[in-house]
Design a protein around this ligand. Structure first.
Ligand SMILES: [Zn+2]
Length: 250
């Protein structure tokens, strides 16, 4: 699966072995947990931003401090990442002039009095019938889901031979915080929001899920398969990690 939001992050390291409740190193404060089952030290950034330092029994404060200092860069990176993920994109207002994404481009909304369908993209505008306004969000989601199904199915067709898969088909639905997942019976699932992404990023989401038909986990073999199909996948993956969160909020 491809998830833009990571709940917790962990970093483990090997170390030798005295307890304490908390440890402060510069501006970082850690809850310290000693456990006899543990052989290594580990830092965890909890969902609420709390830093937890887990260690085997008997590890000295000096050793804990050294471990934290050695991992400082990683900790700051994780905290910055968490801040970024918690920055919520503002909810859309269904008023004339509001911009709505479609394959990476923003199109302004225009309210119209008369039109054959409730919502359509015409002459570079999303045209929404005024009487459809109370259900605007549903109309948008339906529109996106239909476009997503067609567009993503076509991309899957582009890659299936090359990536040696024969998926049962494409299903588009609300996958919560995930962009895609591959399910039972070789079906590929995608979030309707994938169609809001720039084409080359949505394409990466497709290649990522197809590769999962061979390799369920993110092993080196999985990434090798992705790279063979899409040599510049890393840039697209980075873009998604950094900007994917901004795509939320319709
Ligand atoms: Zn995945």
């Amino acid at each position: 699966m491809l998830a833009p939001v990571k709940s917790t992050a962990t970093l483990a390291d090997l170390a030798a072995s005295t307890p304490g409740r908390g440890l402060t190193v510069d501006d970082l404060h850690f809850a310290v947990r000693h456990s006899s089952r543990r052989k290594t030290m580990q830092i965890t950034v909890e969902r609420n931003g709390e830093l937890v330092l887990s260690a085997p029994p008997g590890v000295s404060t000096t050793r804990l401090r050294e471990f934290v200092l050695a991992k400082r860069f990683w900790i700051y990176t994780k905290l910055a990442e968490r801040d970024r993920l918690q920055r919520h994109a503002p909810r859309k207002q269904f008023v004339g002039g509001e911009g709505f994404l479609y394959l990476g481009r923003s199109y302004r909304l225009k309210l119209v009095d008369d039109q054959d369908v409730p919502l359509k993209l015409a002459s570079g505008r999303f045209c929404l019938r005024r009487e459809a306004l109370p259900a605007a969000r549903d109309h948008f989601i339906r529109w996106y889901a239909e476009r997503a199904r067609a567009w993503l199915s076509s991309r899957v067709a582009d890659y299936e031979t090359r990536m040696e898969v024969n998926p049962a088909g494409v299903k588009v639905q609300d996958l919560g915080y995930r962009w895609g997942s591959c399910g039972k019976g070789d079906w590929l699932y995608f979030h309707w929001k994938a169609i809001l992404l720039p084409a080359r990023i949505a394409e990466y989401v497709v290649v990522h899920e197809i590769a999962h038909l061979h390799e369920p986990h993110h092993t080196p073999a999985f990434w090798l398969r992705v790279e063979r199909a899409m040599p510049d996948y890393a840039q697209r993956k980075d873009w998604l990690a950094e900007h994917g969160i901004d795509v939320e909020g319709i």
